[in-house]
Design a protein around this ligand. Structure first.
Ligand code: ACM
Length: 723
């Protein structure tokens, strides 16, 4: 079970769940019928067990959904006795969550099953257990959003913060202003060389949103829509340039990542426009919260605009942060008049912020502390631990994202309680949320991979009392839960269990060492080409393999395979080759895993690089016989908004027209030992081999590009150093 219930007491015996059973709900309790149908659907989908929902009648020998007064809004009781099961709750959410917990009590498998008798009393630690989905940077289909809401429910996650607008896309149909989506929902992706011919985009029609909202209600998920302002506004300004703060031409919908300069202006006409937008938003989203962003609004454009400065003077405001405060306050009052609470990122926290606002702490947890002390409700969603665009491991199976590793364990061990807050201040902490920013998460499968199972850890942080939480126990429960994810076709990451295999060349072939991130379970392996199974040898010490050999390995917990199979052939070339992801980066500026294919190039691997300093180190290469270095490279667009930091990137040091790959030994600031000129071609290319000098011992080989200009940004795909 994830999250672990607050209290579970095992009794003797068990209840047989079989196809003849009925799920009984009282007449006149449509909410209970929704919860019962949900359970029926889960059982049918995950184990082919089909139980009908029946209204009224006796409940002995059945699974009964009952109301009881006095429990909290999401609390429930689940009683499993050999003669029947009762799920009772005061509210709909409790009935739903009782149903989910019962489903989770079933062992994996198909058809009928026995549920151990027990009594569960359960309620959440926090009322806000959320995920933020960024549908602006990359668009996900309505069906995907619903599937996410569906699995959120079985994690007892109850808030979907939906990031619908940003510089790169406006995704929500607004009937009064059709250009927001006609123009703002589409962009031309960045590319190297000739502009891309494709357009990227999509938006949610109001009908689709209504359908998603209605579905979310059946899963106890509140959707908190976000319309970001005054920054992250470039797509809207592309559609309606008069909303902007410059008198220049309309910008394009951005195909760049980072902090952009376009801000909505604070004129009355623009504030009215945004109120019109929010009027449609509150009609669509019945939940109590509307998020108005407020993050990363750099004020360069405001400071440079005589019109904005005049407006500020007219309002009696002399500082640009206070002007944003005025902006926020206008929106807050508009929302309050419609019975809604404003939510914003922690930049909105100012002395004059209305006390009804909710502050979402993302720049670490200091915003939450300051907000709670000042008497504001707050949600913990701090960078970097709860930012799911960070990768989960260093394994090559991780999709594009940021190179910083936020492991499942790091998320699980996130500390919810701030010792600096007293009990009254603690009560302002509404809960926890992880943010799935999708700049680098192009596909729905990858959204799932980056989100799960880390969202399961968030669910437990938000739901379970600290006394019930334990990392080893959570891992064991996660391993047991994998069949549920797989039954629903969810691309859950196996990063915590996956085999991390390392090869070291030896005189006789290779030494292979195997581990996994959590040091959990048994790693079983074969060397005869067969898939590893529960009967395969258990790995305990490095394996010696001869050239031509093959090793396959996977992690097993409780007899079940919990990771994908990892395999390697032992051949000289494979031993000598390293992908950029297997090399060390020379620096830790802004590390990303990028996919050259995203930029329209031919397929090349996912590359790891620090965009501030694309430079890699191949450690401890034996050069006692010299070496031949072959590298494959790919060009990428430099589509990053990083402000003045761009001036820190070393460019303009090329010696030839297209630049060179430079190879240095031992130190990255040594004189180059070899250089390879880059061709004019922009696609992935394998460069001509170069010779490395014969030197005693092992040497670090440092690789970087000298380039004529910022564009294109060259990345190493792989490098091979052979004899
Ligand atoms: C944020 O990450 N800009 C809230």
């Amino acid at each position: 079970m994830i999250p672990i219930p607050a209290e579970a007491i095992l009794d003797g015996g068990s209840f047989r769940m079989h196809p003849g059973l009925r799920l009984r709900v009282a007449a006149g309790d449509p909410d209970a019928a929704v919860a019962a149908r949900y359970l029926s659907g889960l059982l049918a989908r995950s184990r082919g067990l089909s139980l009908a929902v029946q209204t009224g009648g006796p409940s002995a020998g059945t699974i009964a959904f009952e109301r009881r007064s006095g429990l909290g809004p999401e609390a429930y009781r689940l009683e499993v006795l050999p003669r029947g099961i009762t799920i009772s709750a005061t509210g709909f959410a409790g009935l739903l969550y009782g149903a989910v917990t019962l489903w989770e009590l079933l062992p994996p498998g198909r058809g009928e099953a026995y549920v151990p008798a027990q009594r569960i009393r359960d309620q959440p630690a926090y009322p806000w257990r959320g995920l933020m989905l960024d549908s602006a940077r990359h668009f996900q289909s309505p069906a995907f959003v619903k599937s996410m809401i569906d699995w959120m429910a079985w994690h007892k996650l109850n808030v979907l913060h939906w990031h619908l607008t940003d510089d790169q896309g406006w995704r929500l149909e607004i009937r009064k202003y059709p250009r927001l989506t006609a123009i703002g929902a589409w962009r031309t992706p960045a590319s190297v060389g000739a502009p891309s011919a494709t357009r990227y985009g999509g938006f949610y029609t109001q009908r689709e949103v209504q359908d998603i909202v209605a579905f979310a209600a059946t899963r106890n998920v509140t959707i908190v829509p976000e319309i970001d302002m005054p920054g992250h506004a470039q797509a809207a300004i592309a559609a309606y340039p008069a909303l902007g703060s410059t008198d220049g031409a309309a910008p394009p919908v951005s195909a760049r990542w980072g902090v952009h300069t376009y801000l909505f202006n604070p004129d009355e006409a623009t504030l009215s426009f945004l109120e019109d937008v929010l009027a449609e938003v509150v009609e669509l989203f019945p939940g109590p919260y509307v998020h108005v962003g407020g993050d990363e609004a750099v004020k360069d454009q405001w400071r440079a605009s005589p019109r904005v400065l005049a407006r500020a003077r007219q309002l009696g405001i002399d500082d640009m942060e206070a002007l944003q405060g005025y902006f926020t306050d206008r929106m807050g009052r508009f929302l309050a008049a419609r019975g809604r609470r404003l939510v914003g990122w922690d930049e909105i926290l100012r002395p004059d912020l209305n006390k009804n606002a909710v502050v979402m702490s993302w720049r670490g947890t200091s915003g939450a502390r300051a907000a709670a002390i000042a008497g504001y409700d707050t949600v913990l969603s701090p960078w970097p631990t709860l930012y799911f665009d960070n990768r989960q491991s260093t394994l090559p199976s991780e999709p594009p994202g940021r190179t910083s590793v936020i492991s499942l364990e790091a998320v699980y061990r996130f500390e919810m309680r701030d010792a600096a807050l007293d009990a009254a201040q603690q009560r302002h902490v509404l809960g926890v949320q992880a943010n799935v920013w999708t700049e680098h998460i192009r596909t729905e499968e990858r959204v799932e991979w980056m989100t799960l199972p880390r969202a399961a850890a968030v669910a437990e942080l938000g739901w379970s009392p600290p006394s019930r939480r334990s990392w080893p126990d959570f891992l064991a429960r996660l391993a047991a839960s994998l069949p549920r994810y797989h039954a629903f076709g969810i691309h859950v990451a196996d990063s915590v269990f996956a085999v991390d295999g390392r090869l070291k060349a030896t005189a006789a072939g290779a030494e292979v060492s195997l581990t996994n991130q959590a040091h959990v379970g048994d790693i079983r392996y074969t060397t005869d080409g067969h898939e590893p199974s529960n009967g395969s040898a258990v790995y305990s010490a490095p394996l010696a393999l001869a050239p031509g050999g093959e090793v396959r390995a996977a992690t097993f917990v409780g007899g079940a395979q919990v990771s994908a199979t990892w395999s390697r052939h032992i051949d000289r070339a494979a031993l000598a080759r390293r992908s950029s992801r297997e090399l060390d980066l020379c620096s830790d500026g802004l590390g990303l895993l990028l996919e050259p294919r995203d930029a329209g190039g031919d397929p090349a691997g996912i590359v790891a690089l620090d965009i501030m300093n694309p430079c890699w180190i191949y450690r401890a290469v034996d050069l006692s016989h010299g070496g031949r270095l072959t590298a494959a490279v790919a060009a990428l667009p430099f589509n990053f908004e990083i402000g003045a930091d761009v001036n820190k990137i070393r460019v303009g040091d090329a010696r030839t027209a297209n630049g060179e790959l430079e190879v240095r030994l031992d130190a990255c600031d040594a004189a180059p030992a070899a250089t390879v000129a880059l061709g004019a071609a922009r696609g992935p290319a394998t460069l001509p081999a170069v010779a490395l000098p014969q030197l005693p011992g092992r040497h670090d080989v440092c690789l970087r590009f000298a380039r004529p200009a910022l564009e294109p940004m060259w990345a190493l795909d792989w490098v091979e150093i052979g004899e």
